[in-house]
Design a protein. Structure first.
Length: 200
């Protein structure tokens, strides 16, 4: 999960998670973890109220002369970052549903960030090292295309998921102009899944 941006930010050894639905647009399948995954990293997890990678090329900072790594370090949140998220949902948005839907907040970022898309205000959690997929007790759901699900290389993983009660969501195009693997299909299905879980 490296790249030039990760090196500039000092996050090249981290794994990144959005707190909410999938937001990275170059994605066709998705992995959703329960928030409990943070409990395994109480002393090492870091969070920010924005997508850290966006600082490199997408988001404007109040002081362009400040390095992205310094800005990121100043904006990292403590382990109880969900309290800040709660404030964000009530203070910046018309309703918490807007955060889920990716609707822009009513008020500008109090951090002075400008530009970008919904990732500019989507909370991110970074965990150090590696996060194993197979056998992970915090894995909640897999969102995947039927063509991937039929791949013999993933059959064992899907069998394990079914045995351990991991939700498997197969993505299907619903609109005439949608193509197999469209991010909009993944995102729409993830939002629906999260709504169902929140209302259950």
């Amino acid at each position: 999960m490296g790249g030039p941006g990760n090196c500039a930010l000092g996050t090249s050894n981290d794994i990144f998670f959005y707190v909410g639905p999938f937001r990275y647009p170059s994605t066709a399948c998705g992995i959703l973890f329960s928030h409990s995954i943070e409990s395994d990293h109480v002393d090492t997890a870091k969070a920010t109220p924005f997508d850290s990678g966006g600082l490199v090329h997408r988001l404007g900072r109040p002081d362009a002369d400040e390095s992205v790594s310094t800005y990121l370090a100043r904006r990292e949140l403590p382990p109880d970052h969900r309290q800040y998220l709660s404030y964000t949902l009530t203070a910046l948005f018309h309703s918490p549903e807007d955060y889920l839907e990716g609707t822009d907040p009513l008020h500008p970022s109090p951090l002075g960030l400008t530009g970008g898309d919904a990732r500019a205000w989507t909370h991110e959690v970074r965990l150090p090292g590696r996060v194993m997929l197979w056998g992970n007790l915090h894995l909640q759901a897999l969102f995947l295309k039927a063509t991937v699900a039929n791949d013999p290389n993933v059959e064992a993983m899907l069998t394990w998921c079914q045995r351990d009660g991991i939700d498997l969501i197969y993505l299907q195009n619903q609109l005439p102009n949608e193509r197999d693997g469209d991010f909009t299909v993944l995102q729409r299905r993830c939002r629906r899944y999260l709504r169902e879980k929140l209302n259950s």
